[in-house]
Design a protein around this ligand. Structure first.
Ligand code: PEP
Length: 244
């Protein structure tokens, strides 16, 4: 299976700056490249190179109706989104999204034909307390509870240690590998067919650390924040994910 490299632009960009960035993002043979852009720029990004997939950074758990400010799955589909991030740690921490909300958003996405990239990860305090497996297990359990085993087998998971996001302090390949393996074990333990589930690593991924992280067992790609805003860095990370 190809590795998936997803850029998360977060709340960055402008019509003018996006033009240059999008023009510089090119498909890489053997790699699935994705950009998750802010909602207003979906139309602009839709005109991207055909080999680059488009995604959003959030989605409503509701189908349509009186939910002011929300954006539905069908709207994302109208703009060609193939993926959507759900449960990014910034949404959990800053906007109060619970494990259950994340689960409902994942269901809405999957039922609407968009692959959710379910983000999970522990805080530094949770890591220090030895709770990594428990925290991630609870985050995944809430998604499994609503998706069921079959639905769960059709998602992407992003392991993003909260302490590594935007801090410049990436997990080491050994730390990432350990958690990725434990997520695979967790899925197996729940009898989820994990054959086509990609588990991405996210958290201060850069051209310098990407090759080692991608070479790590069970790492199926990357979710890239800050470096996805720098065309040369994002392209280098995408190239590092190519099969050897
Ligand atoms: C992210 O926002 O998903 C992320 C991984 O950010 P950064 O690469 O900047 O740490």
């Amino acid at each position: 299976m190809n590795k998936l490299v997803a850029g998360n632009w977060k709340m960055n960009g402008s019509l003018v700056s996006n033009r240059a960035l999008l023009a510089a993002i090119n498909p890489v043979a053997g790699v699935d490249v994705l950009v998750c852009v802010p909602f207003p720029y979906l139309a602009q990004a839709q005109e991207r190179h055909p080999g680059v997939a488009l995604g959003a950074q959030d989605v409503s758990e509701f189908r349509n109706g009186a939910y002011t400010g929300e954006v539905s799955v069908s709207m994302l589909r109208d703009f060609g989104c193939a993926y959507v991030l759900v449960g990014h740690s910034e949404r959990r921490a800053l906007f109060g999204e619970s494990d259950e909300t994340v689960g409902r958003k994942a269901v809405a996405a999957l039922e609407g034909g968009i692959e959710p990239i379910v983000c999970v990860g522990e805080t530094l305090a949770q890591r220090d307390a030895g709770l990594v497996v428990e925290v991630i297990g609870a985050q995944l359990e809430a998604v499994l509870g609503v998706l069921g085993r079959e639905g769960m087998s059709r998602i992407t998971i992003a392991y993003e240690p909260v302490w590594a996001i935007g801090t410049g302090r990436s997990a080491t390949a050994a730390q990432a590998g350990e958690v990725h393996r434990s997520i695979r074990d967790w899925l197996l333990g729940r009898h989820v067919d994990a054959g086509r589930i990609r588990i991405l690593y996210g958290g201060s991924m850069k051209p310098q650390n990407a090759p080692e992280l991608f070479a790590t067992e069970c790492v199926g790609g990357g979710l890239v924040g800050g470096a996805s805003l720098v065309a040369g860095d994002f392209s280098a990370i995408c190239r590092a994910a190519a099969p050897v």
